[in-house]
Design a protein around this ligand. Structure first.
Ligand code: URA
Length: 238
């Protein structure tokens, strides 16, 4: 520090100035945001040590998030934790929020039919969502919510270790394949997924969400092609 600056500092200290003002006013909203981020990080700290789906369920149950305050029930998973096939949807709807189980409403009934068409049933697959609490008024989950819950989804994948994943709709495709590409570009081909904690690569298909197929049945043809790709792969294994 040069002599002039030192003298100036001494002068300020002698005149009672102990802190310097910022160039711009403190934004108290940002301070609040930082605390919110810290809250998220704190709550996820123990995630690394989790080894089972039950432990993950307990962690989620004690996790605090704004969606939890508007939803009725936590919706975690359904099906078989030993399955090599994992289906991933978006977020619970009204019926799922009331029952605590994924895909039990109209979209779930269509999903059951889609599974039946390729000789699968719910006891042979593991099924979950990107977001475990229902967003208010069934709105699409925000990017922030997708990113917030991604570590929980990744942990589920690491525990279940599926060989195949079938992504239902754009939210699941965005979360797992980290791409802004539309489903029409992503569907119909195999993708790979691997996280740093995994040794094996998972084969992934993305297709239309059953709720979308209920609104736009003209896309059922393509969904059928995608389901058959999964069936063929399973047949080739045996
Ligand atoms: N839609 C989803 O994405 N998940 C459900 O569990 C129900 C409807």
């Amino acid at each position: 520090m040069n002599q002039l600056n030192k003298e100036y500092l001494n002068l300020l200290l002698k005149s009672g100035v102990h802190t310097f003002q910022n160039d711009s006013p403190i934004n108290f909203c940002n301070i609040h945001k930082k605390n919110e981020n810290e809250r998220e990080i704190d709550q996820k700290k123990g995630l690394d040590k989790i080894k089972s789906i039950n432990e993950l369920l307990l962690t989620l149950e004690s996790y605090n998030n704004p969606l939890k305050t508007t939803a009725n029930k936590l919706v975690f998973y359904d099906g078989n934790i030993k399955s090599k096939i994992m289906f991933i949807g978006e977020a619970p709807g009204k019926e799922e929020d009331e029952s605590g189980k994924p895909f039990v409403g109209k979209a779930g009934q269509l999903l059951n039919k889609m599974l039946e068409a390729i000789n699968l049933n719910r006891n042979e697959i593991y099924i979950t969502n990107v977001i475990p609490w229902r967003p208010p008024n069934n709105r699409t989950p925000s990017e922030k919510e997708i990113i917030e819950f991604l570590p929980f989804l990744q942990k589920q994948i690491e525990i279940i270790k599926p060989k195949y994943m079938f992504l239902l709709g754009a939210t699941a495709a965005k979360a797992i394949l980290s791409t802004p590409l539309s489903l029409s570009k992503l569907r119909g081909k195999w993708h790979n997924y691997k996280s740093i904690n995994m040794t094996n690569t998972i084969n992934v298909l993305a297709s239309y969400h059953p709720a979308y197929l209920l609104r736009s049945p003209q896309f059922k043809k393509e969904a059928w092609v995608d389901l058959k790709m999964l069936r063929e792969q399973l047949n080739n294994e045996n």
